[in-house]
Design a binder for this molecule. Structure first.
Ligand SMILES: [Zn+2]
Length: 390
């Protein structure tokens, strides 16, 4: 995988996309003056109404107390084949919405919801969610009335039906203007922040919802043209599909699997430095799964290509949706055979063995001149889980 993506996994590095138009307000915000005013109070969702004027108390879509625990939630124990649905180990997992896919094609119902006073909207501006301060510190999503999101969107191309929170429909709006809407039509309703920077301070469910919206909007942004014939495609299924009006091809959101594995041998693990890592950072090795490969085959191939190591067994740990732009990180622990670890000098410039005790200190920031990715990254959870095994 690219260095930029690896650096991103460590929670560092900015969004390097440069394809946005300079200003597209005019395309879908015909009346900036009017929209800059707060919407009439009667139009607001009751929960949202409570939140107005009190920045610390907005809408929180809670699953349960346990689900709201931050990323400090200890990684679950390693068990081969364990894929319990209750696990919210990794940041960006745990979207609590009922996706209600059966409603995506029901335009009458969608229009009703978008016009109702109850439905909610969440805004993303160039991949950044609109957030507000949470009562207990940290930040949470700042919801708009869905009507407002609809009016801002200018049509279905920028809207996405996210699903249901209990009986409440939740929509997302994609804003890609150059000007910050929080200084314009959304003034006073929250602020846009880089999701990677705030994800670990958000309720688990909010980070999951924001990650889903971000991944969907990134897919849409990068797949506006039919991959079969090149004609512009059109949005369908409330944002979850695109159809080519010319050749009728249907296009669905993609998820690109990435294997990320901690290579271990006895009481040591191996980490590497990617070419574009921040100075002094070491992490688990990673790479994209290729067509025709199983997860374990991809793991073995990447370990051999990047570090010259032969995997002898592979254990699954957990997965993490990673919306930069559309990956699923598949976290693994791989036992490797005897033999020297040699960096490929293409993607990996340096590899290093760490004893378990050294790794424990590394996670605590106690190894001079070396650090590992923070809790946002699944690499951190893999390393931590292995340390805690011993
Ligand atoms: Zn086509």
């Amino acid at each position: 995988m690219s260095g930029a993506e690896e650096a991103g996994m460590a929670g560092r590095g900015g969004d390097r996309r440069t394809t946005r138009s300079k200003s597209r307000y005019g395309c879908f915000l015909p009346d900036l003056t009017g929209l800059a005013r707060p919407p009439p109070i009667a139009d607001l969702h009751p929960l949202y109404r409570v939140a107005r004027g009190r920045a610390q108390a907005g809408v929180v879509l809670e699953c349960s107390e346990a689900d709201r625990l931050r990323v400090t939630t200890p990684p679950r124990p390693l068990k081969t084949g364990d894929m319990t649905l209750k696990a919210f180990t990794n940041v960006f997992a745990g979207n609590p919405l009922n996706r209600a896919s059966e409603k995506r094609g029901d335009q009458v119902w969608l229009d009703e919801q978008l016009g109702s006073a109850e439905a909610l909207g969440m805004a993303m501006w160039n991949g950044k969610p609109l957030v507000e301060n949470a009562k207990d510190g940290g930040v949470q999503l700042a919801y708009l009335p869905a009507k407002m999101a609809r009016d801002l969107s200018g049509g279905p191309e920028k809207l996405l039906f996210m699903g249901l929170w209990q009986d409440t429909a939740v929509f997302a709006i994609d804003i890609d203007t150059s000007a910050d809407p929080a200084d314009g039509p959304l003034e006073g309703l929250g602020r846009f922040e880089d999701l990677r920077m705030i994800a670990t301070t958000m309720p688990v469910g909010d980070a999951g919802i924001a990650a889903t919206a971000r991944a969907m909007f990134e897919w849409r942004r990068r797949h506006r043209f039919c991959a079969a014939c090149g004609e512009p495609s059109e949005v369908a299924e409330a944002g979850w599909k695109r159809i080519c009006p010319s050749c009728q091809a249907q296009h669905f959101p993609r998820t690109d699997p990435v294997v990320i594995m901690l290579a271990v041998r006895g009481d040591s693990c191996l980490m590497g430095r990617g070419n574009h890592f921040p100075p002094k950072m070491y992490s688990a090795l990673a790479g994209f799964l290729e067509p025709g490969e199983t997860i374990e085959e991809a793991c073995a191939r990447e370990l051999f290509e990047e570090a010259g190591l032969r995997a002898t067994s592979v254990r699954y740990h957990s997965t993490q949706p990673w919306p930069y732009p559309s990956s699923l990180m598949i976290g693994l622990i791989a036992e490797v055979a005897e033999g020297d670890a040699i960096p490929d000098n293409v993607e990996i410039q340096e590899v290093r063995w760490f004893t378990r005790e050294e790794t424990r200190r590394l996670l605590a920031g106690g190894v001079p001149d070396v650090f590992a990715p923070g809790p946002l990254a699944i690499a951190h959870q893999l390393i931590k889980a292995w340390v805690e095994e011993g």
